[in-house]
Ligand binder design. Structure first.
Ligand SMILES: [Zn+2]
Length: 320
């Protein structure tokens, strides 16, 4: 698919004169190459992630690596700090049917309250199925072998995750840190988040809430959510509904956390986890899951909802 926002490739029309090209490069240098995506224009980020340059972002491939590097550039623009002992990446040795190494990516936006601050964890997986031959594509025979762009699954979640973090940038407004994490290999039994949870990262005990975004690009009437915690569930659900009402978002609870998802692994690690998604559709795991089918205004509302939940949650009264 052609995207208006190819990254990092910049294409010049063939007829552009040399002088104009030099001027163009100078201007880009002044404004910063990344500046053509407003921070964070949801459609722009989705377009970039779904670009053919990333080849469908299969974990362990060059396409996933270039997508991971793209995400680091976005985290730097947010003012994030590398979150894995000074590194942006956590390497994950991939298991069958994948091979090689995948990378979890994470950046921390420190809060105003020092290093013992509570942390809100925002997560989304950024890998997808590549060309659909190795992992479970739902494509018909004629479609297998084509790049699966994974716009809803899960470029949408990554973009909303970044946009939510951007809405939480003002340190005066928050007394908590924001840890933004993008997991590899969700499409193969959540290998990325499993590795993260098993690595016992320091600071995990300070995470008061994880919000996981997985397929949030097709909002119609309701935003579905799953909440892992049992303790104080009523109180939390009330708060979710209040925040949803304030934003004009109808929220629908699902009875329990889906198994074998990134969110279920975080919940099993003892983290209160809120998982958000906008429901299934016929394009999931097919080359037809493309950026033009997403509801970007809906994604913006989901980011507003998540940011509002995050701002309220560090209030100890809200914690289970
Ligand atoms: Zn998927």
């Amino acid at each position: 698919m052609e995207s208006r926002f190819k990254d990092p490739v910049i294409r010049f029309p063939a007829r552009r004169s040399k002088l104009r090209r030099v001027l163009f490069i100078l201007l880009l240098g002044l404004s910063g190459i990344e500046a053509r995506c407003q921070l964070f224009d949801l459609e722009c980020v989705v377009g970039d992630l779904c670009s053919e340059a990333h080849g469908g972002r299969l974990a362990g491939t060059d396409g996933e690596r270039t997508a991971a590097e793209y995400l680091v550039r976005q985290l730097k623009r947010l003012g994030g700090r590398p979150a894995f002992k000074g590194e942006w990446f956590q390497s994950v040795r991939l298991q069958e049917p994948l091979s090689g190494k995948g990378q979890n990516v994470a950046g921390l936006l420190p809060g105003s309250a020092g290093s013992e601050q509570p942390i809100i964890l925002l997560t989304a997986h950024y890998d997808h199925l590549g060309d659909g031959r190795l992992l479970r594509s739902s494509a018909g025979l004629g479609e297998i072998g084509q790049v699966h762009p994974g716009a809803d699954d899960n470029a949408s979640g990554v973009a909303v995750c970044l946009r939510t973090a951007e809405r939480l940038l003002s340190r005066e407004e928050r007394s908590f840190g924001v840890l933004v994490m993008f997991f590899t290999a969700e499409e193969a039994d959540s290998q990325g988040v499993r590795h993260f949870a098993q690595s016992s990262p320091p600071g995990l005990d300070r995470v008061v809430l994880a919000i996981n975004f997985d397929q949030v690009g097709r909002l119609e009437h309701e935003l579905f959510y799953e909440l892992s915690t049992v303790a104080e569930r009523d109180r939390l659900e009330l708060r979710l509904q209040e925040v949803g009402n304030a934003i004009g978002l109808a929220l629908k609870p699902l009875p329990r956390l889906s198994e074998r998802t990134d969110a279920s692994v975080l919940a099993a690690a003892g983290i209160t986890t809120l998982s958000l998604h906008t429901g299934g559709h016929e394009d999931i795991h097919r080359p037809t899951d493309t950026p033009d089918k997403l509801n970007y205004a809906g994604m913006e509302r989901i980011a507003a909802f998540a940011a509002s939940m995050a701002k309220r949650f560090p209030d100890p009264g809200d914690r289970p």
